[in-house]
Design a protein around this ligand. Structure first.
Ligand code: PLP
Length: 227
C-alpha cells in the first residue's frame, strides 16, 4: 500500500469516528484532498485510491493539473481569488470556498452569466478577526447576504472559515462553533439553507466535524508536509 493510500485510509477512519462521536454519519462529511504544491503524478495516486474531490489554492497551478487528470474529478478552489482571474476559473471548479468579499461575488455572478453557467460558492468568514485573514466580517455578513442571494448566477451553498494555528486544536472549536451559529442565524433570517460548512484542515478537522463541518480540507495529512 502506498503512503498516500495509507494516509487516506487513516484520515477516512478518523473522519468517520469524529462524525460518529457527534451522532453524525460519515457520509455527511466530504473530504476535499488539498493537492496544492503536489504534481499530477502524486494526485493520481490518490485518484487510484478512489479520491474524487481535490482542493487547490492557486489558479495558475490548478488549471494545468485539471487538464492533466481525468475529467470526472471534482475540483475545489480553496484560496483567495483575485477578480482578474475570474474568467479563467468559472466553469472549472465545482465549488469556490474563498469568496471573501461582495465585490468579488458580484463580478463572479456577472461573468458566470456571460458564460451561461451558475457558480457554486461558499462565503469565507473571518470569524477569528485576525487581520491577516481574508473574509467577510461576521457582524455585517447578514446585510451582504441580502445583496448576494438574489444574484442569479451564483449558488451560495454555505460558509467557510480558517481557524488560526493553535498548539492545541481544541482551541479552534469556538471558531468553528462561531461559524455554525452564524450559519444557523443567517439561514433562519434569509430562509436560505446555507447547508455547507467548510471548516477543518489536517490539524483541526476533528474539531470542525464536532462543530458541524460538512466539508473538511485536508492536505498535509494525506500528501505529506509541503516544502
Ligand atoms: C493549504 C490549505 C488547507 C490544507 O491545509 P493542511 O494543513 O495541509 O491540511 C486547507 N484550507 C486552505 C484554505 C488551505 O490553503
Amino acid at each position: 500500500m502506498s503512503q498516500i493510500a495509507e494516509n487516506l485510509d487513516s484520515i477516512k477512519q478518523r473522519i468517520a469516528a469524529a462524525a460518529e462521536r457527534s451522532g453524525r454519519r460519515a457520509d455527511e462529511v466530504k473530504l476535499v484532498a488539498v493537492s496544492k504544491t503536489y504534481p499530477p503524478e502524486v494526485i493520481r495516486d490518490a485518484v487510484n485510491c478512489g479520491q474524487r474531490a481535490f482542493g487547490e489554492n492557486r489558479v495558475q497551478d490548478a488549471l494545468p493539473k485539471i487538464d492533466a487528470l481525468p475529467s470526472d474529478l471534482e475540483w475545489h478552489l480553496i484560496g483567495h481569488l483575485q477578480t482578474n482571474k475570474i474568467r479563467k476559473v468559472i466553469g472549472h471548479f465545482a465549488l469556490f470556498h474563498g469568496v471573501d468579499n461582495s465585490g468579488l461575488a458580484v463580478q463572479m455572478n456577472r461573468i458566470a452569466g456571460e458564460f451561461g453557467v451558475t457558480a457554486s460558492i461558499l462565503l469565507e468568514v473571518n470569524i477569528s478577526g485576525e487581520e491577516s485573514k481574508f473574509g467577510f466580517n461576521p457582524a455585517t455578513l447578514a446585510s451582504s447576504l441580502d445583496d448576494l442571494l438574489p444574484l442569479p448566477h451564483l449558488r451560495i451553498e454555505g460558509l467557510m472559515t480558517m481557524a488560526p494555528f493553535f498548539e492545541n486544536p481544541d482551541s479552534a472549536r469556538p471558531i468553528f462553533e462561531g461559524l455554525r451559529q452564524l450559519r444557523d442565524a443567517l439561514s433562519v433570517r434569509s430562509g436560505h439553507p446555507l447547508h455547507e460548512l467548510s471548516m477543518g484542515m489536517s490539524g483541526d478537522f476533528e474539531q470542525g466535524i464536532a462543530e458541524g463541518a460538512t466539508i473538511v480540507r485536508i492536505g498535509s495529512a494525506i500528501f505529506g508536509s509541503r516544502s
